[in-house]
Design a binder for this molecule. Structure first.
Ligand code: SAH
Ligand code: SF4
Length: 396
């Protein structure tokens, strides 16, 4: 699969760089308008206008904002941009899955612009965007490649929202844009290219709760991007105290990375379990505000050969989840170089899945998507780094 590397453009100068308004919350847009001396009585109306242009129409240029006066458009263009993170690399799988490596703006004079991943998974009736909430992750789950990356910082809500904006532009998912023809992108009058969001990219979203919640509010705002919160899923490794807050303050769908049914094993796979063991975690799920049979919690379970994949563990999983409105997602392990695990055999996954299915959970195995480009979570970043190193060697 060809992987194109865009030529490295120099990071924008800091701190003179203009701020981008694309991805901001209403409150942040109001502050930006105040900073250019917009009269207080106009702020609400101006925010509504910018909101409509940025999030509903997908404007790329202040000049297009025809209901805003020419004078104000000129000031906006002088002080701000509508820039989005640059796509440093894009891979398109034969099944239409797309993986993007995005370069963020530098946050200070030392920062060269961090890179994050974002994956788009099309299906016939939906398109799911998997977004990152942090650069890297502090949690070191033993089977996850992201946890091995050194650089870690929280993304701002603007950086989270901008992943959706980049995807929608790239997929021609704003008025007047055409869908790409090189991959399977769902089409049809009322099917959006991006209809669902999952926070399953890099990072632990509940360690960056405020920005994740603000981003969800922007993504779900009915006057703009308009994605229902029922189509936005936050996945957590189990930050128990933040689960209740997420439900009460914001209310998206919840996914729990369970991966083991005994504390001893989960302590090893998901070290956060030592702080918040399985019993506490499941209690928080039972109490998740808004949970019901119509709003089930997804339990993710990565299939690791000979580690957590026995029939007894499948039966225990079903027993543990009794009474919680739940869906179960069995994820074939994505290997990465040096990973201490292998993916369970297909027969073992089937046997596990049959037990879960017989207990009343529908179609629990997540079909691996984009296998040809997505050898593992966190892989595009390292593959791109390798390619870049090779490119450097070639010119030296
Ligand atoms: N930090 C959050 C969200 C990001 S990880 C969390 O842990 O839930 C998203 C999902 O990918 C999690 O269920 C995680 O356990 C899973 N995952 C990580 N590495 C994986 C791998 N190599 N193979 C399969 N699933 C993996
Ligand atoms: Fe972090 Fe999630 Fe990976 Fe664990 S699985 S290291 S919490 S990104």
């Amino acid at each position: 699969m060809p992987l194109s590397l865009a030529s490295a453009s120099p990071a924008r100068a800091f701190p003179d760089a203009k701020r981008s308004l694309a991805g901001l919350t209403r409150a942040e847009l109001a502050d930006a308008l105040r900073s250019i001396d917009t009269p207080e009585r106009e702020i609400r109306m101006r925010v509504a206008q910018l909101w409509h242009w940025i999030y509903f129409r997908g404007a790329r240029d202040f000049a297009d904002m025809s209901n805003i006066s020419k004078a104000l458009r000129a000031v906006l263009a002088e002080r701000f941009t509508l820039a989005l993170p640059e796509i440093v690399a894009e891979q398109v799988s034969t099944d239409g899955t797309r993986k993007w490596l995005l370069r963020l703006d530098p946050i200070d004079a030392q920062d060269k612009g961090a890179e994050i991943e974002c994956v788009y998974i099309p299906e016939s009736d939906r398109g799911t965007l998997c977004v990152s909430s942090q650069v890297g992750c502090t949690l070191n789950c033993s089977f996850c490649h992201t946890g091995t990356q050194r650089l870690v910082r929280n993304l701002t809500s603007r950086e989270i929202v901008s992943q959706l904006l980049v995807a929608r532009f790239r997929l021609g998912d704003f008025p007047g844009l055409a869908r790409p023809t090189d991959g399977l992108v769902p089409s049809g009058e009322d099917v959006r290219a991006v209809s669902n969001i999952v926070f399953m990219g890099m990072g632990e979203p509940l360690y960056n709760l405020e920005h994740v919640e603000n981003a969800i509010e922007v993504m779900s705002d009915g006057d703009g991007l308009s994605l229902s919160k029922r189509r936005i899923t936050v996945s957590t490794s189990g930050v128990v105290p933040q689960i209740e807050r997420l439900g009460a303050e914001c209310g998206p769908m919840l996914a729990i990375s369970l991966h083991a049914v005994r504390d001893e094993l989960r302590d090893e796979l998901v070290p956060l379990n030592k702080k918040y063991p399985i019993r506490q975690l499941l209690e928080a799920c039972r109490d998740y505000p808004g949970v019901s049979n119509a709003r089930r919690i997804t339990f993710e379970y990565v299939m690791l050969k000979g580690v957590n994949d026995s029939p007894a563990e499948a039966r225990e999983l079903v027993r543990l989840l009794k009474g919680i409105p739940a869906k179960i997602n069995l994820i074939p392990f994505n290997p990465w170089p040096g990973a201490p695990y292998e993916c369970s055999d297909w027969e073992t996954i089937e046997r596990f899945s049959d037990i879960v299915f017989d207990a009343g959970y529908a179609s629990p195995v997540r079909t691996p998507r984009g296998r040809d480009i997505l050898a593992a979570c966190g892989q595009l970043k390292s593959e791109t780094e390798k390619l870049r190193a090779r490119a450097r060697l070639a010119v030296e």
